[in-house]
Design a protein around this ligand. Structure first.
Ligand code: NG1
Ligand code: ZN
Length: 521
């Protein structure tokens, strides 16, 4: 193995952030190579298959990024995030020492076999960067999946390490499992008309669009998808995609959608999804991750009641969750709500503490986790010949719900199938779903500062502890408005500070966000 391949530009320092390394693609060649090396070590250490995904998700086409996937399809553990940063930043002459350091600290048996799955999105830089990863995967067991969505790679890593118990470790196997469960679910929606089976999908000109096309034949016409921004002409994430729609609170360009019809947008690597519709007055209505979490948890709670299964269900959110959603979940639905720091690994971890943990970031990244015990109870009831019909029907629905969900990570395709199934089964329109609660008007802003790391937060990022005086300033601004809330935090994926504000009216939310961003300088 030649460590001089893919040399590092001297002095460049990068950080393994909320979603791995992410920056302009030109700066990432050496990082990719080194993440190939590190994934090989991680595989030897865990004696399992490790994933490496090359993507920068919702970032512009010019950017790219990389993250590691642990054996059960989850994000790599914090200690290894630290190793990733050390390896990525070691100057060329120190690389060997940095590698040896990891091998020693983790007592890695270098004669152990390694197996690494590599996937990439559709960015123009992804081909050469994923090749750099493969160059670093010194192991013979490296497997290149080529173009896949981020959640597909997570899924296949999990399948591989559970000897197929979670499913078959192929993209075909993924479609089969999810679509079969979807069709079983929609069998329970017999009076669903063809009109109700129609959905417009904005593929963000990314990998999700390609994969929806690939999947379509498996859906057996139970869902009619009109695909827009399929990558044939537009630029990745440009004026489209889930992040654009969520932040701009507007429809993506390039989509054609009739008043009242459902639309949804994926992000650039298809691990996020948001829904929307345009009403007869031309007004845009967004149904974000919070609305999705509410729909899914309501559905699950009803099924648990029908099945008379005593399983504890919780919803995990972040500080970006709309205040109305938290109120509705706690006060009306009476489910447990937890708030964690931003970043899927934190939500995922918190969700694992419950029988059923529904987690969603407001931006549409999320999934549902079922504990082993919960899955077993559901299965027992579904297979119990003596159970009464209503309980059994509910258990079967729960079982198919488990199977349509990608539990390894948030997944736009899987979430879409689940949402479409729920709406069909409940005979619910998107307007009815939207009306479950009304969002508080809100605004997100980005502020450029010289060093965003001077801002330190606590209480799941809802309060700033430094710089001194900042939180007091925010508190006194918030007091000026009704139903107001605001917080700031340094982004983990961009060189900015994010400001969030919500209040009784849009004007108040906008004003508050603006005033708080001035206090950040
Ligand atoms: P940062 O840049 O740390 O805010 C963003 C999202 C996260 C998460 C990551 C990873 C917001 C406010 N933040 O993180 O939720 O999705 O990207 O993609 O949406
Ligand atoms: Zn993404």
């Amino acid at each position: 193995l030649d460590l001089c391949l893919h040399p590092k530009p001297a002095g460049l320092v990068l950080q393994y952030g909320t979603a791995g390394f992410r920056t302009n693609a030109k700066q990432l060649d050496h990082v990719m190579f080194r993440m190939g090396l590190l994934a090989t070590l991680r595989s030897k250490k865990t004696e399992a298959t490790i994933g490496v995904m090359v993507t920068a998700s919702h970032n512009p086409e010019e950017d790219n990024g990389v993250k590691l996937v642990d054996p059960m399809g989850e994000m790599v553990t914090p200690t290894w995030e630290g190793y990733a940063t050390q390896l990525a930043n070691a100057e060329q002459e120190d690389l060997l020492a940095a590698l040896k350091d990891v091998i020693e600290k983790e007592a890695i048996n270098m004669s152990q076999e390694a197996n690494v799955f590599v996937g990439k999105d559709t960015r123009s830089s992804s081909a050469s960067l994923s090749q750099a990863v493969l160059d670093g995967v010194s192991a013979l067991g490296g497997h290149n999946y080529g173009l896949v969505t981020t959640p597909q790679l997570h899924y296949m890593v999990c399948c591989q390490n559970t000897q197929g118990k979670y499913g078959e470790a192929t993209v075909e196997g993924y479609y089969k499992k999810l679509c079969q469960a979807f069709i079983q679910l929609t069998n329970n929606a017999s009076n669903c008309t063809d009109d109700q089976k129609h959905l417009s999908v904005d593929g963000a000109n990314g990998i999700g669009a390609l994969k929806v096309r690939e999947m379509e034949s498996h859906l057996k016409k139970e869902l009619h998808i009109s695909l827009f921004n399929d990558g044939s002409k537009g630029k990745l994430n440009h004026q489209c995609g889930a992040d654009f729609v969520k932040v701009q609170q507007n429809a993506p360009t390039g989509i054609k959608i009739n008043p009242g019809e459902r639309g949804c947008s994926f992000d650039g690597d298809a691990d996020r999804i948001v829904y929307y519709y345009i009403d007869s007055e031309g007004q845009f209505h967004l149904l974000d991750g919070d609305k999705i979490a509410t729909l899914i948890s309501t559905f699950l709670k009803e099924l648990l009641t029908q099945a008379a299964l005593d399983l504890k269900i919780a919803v995990v959110q972040t500080a970006y969750a709309n205040g109305s959603s938290t109120h509705y979940l706690e006060d009306t639905m009476k489910v447990i709500v937890r708030c964690t720091k931003t970043g899927v690994k934190h939500l995922h971890h918190a969700a694992q503490e419950f029988d059923i943990g529904v987690y969603f970031e407001a931006n549409g990244h999320g999934t549902v986790l079922f504990s082993k015990a919960a899955e077993e109870k559901i299965q027992q009831l579904a297979e119990n010949p003596g159970a009464d019909d209503e309980r059994k029907r509910a258990a079967l629905l729960l079982q198919n719900t488990v199977n349509v969900i990608n539990q390894t990570v948030g997944d736009a395709i899987s979430d879409m199938l689940l949402i479409e199934a729920i709406l069909a089964i409940k005979g619910m329109t998107i307007q009815q779903w939207d009306a479950i609660y009304s969002d508080l008007p809100n605004r997100q802003l980005k502020v450029k500062v010289s060093d965003r790391r001077v801002i330190d937060t606590t209480d799941a990022e809802r309060r700033a502890v430094s710089p001194a005086g900042l939180q007091e300033a925010i508190d006194s601004l918030v007091k000026k408005y009704r139903q107001a809330r605001s917080f700031v935090r340094p982004s983990g994926t961009e060189d900015v500070v994010r400001v969030y504000a919500e209040a009784e009216t849009q004007e108040s939310a906008d004003d508050l966000a603006h005033e708080v961003s001035l206090a950040v300088y």
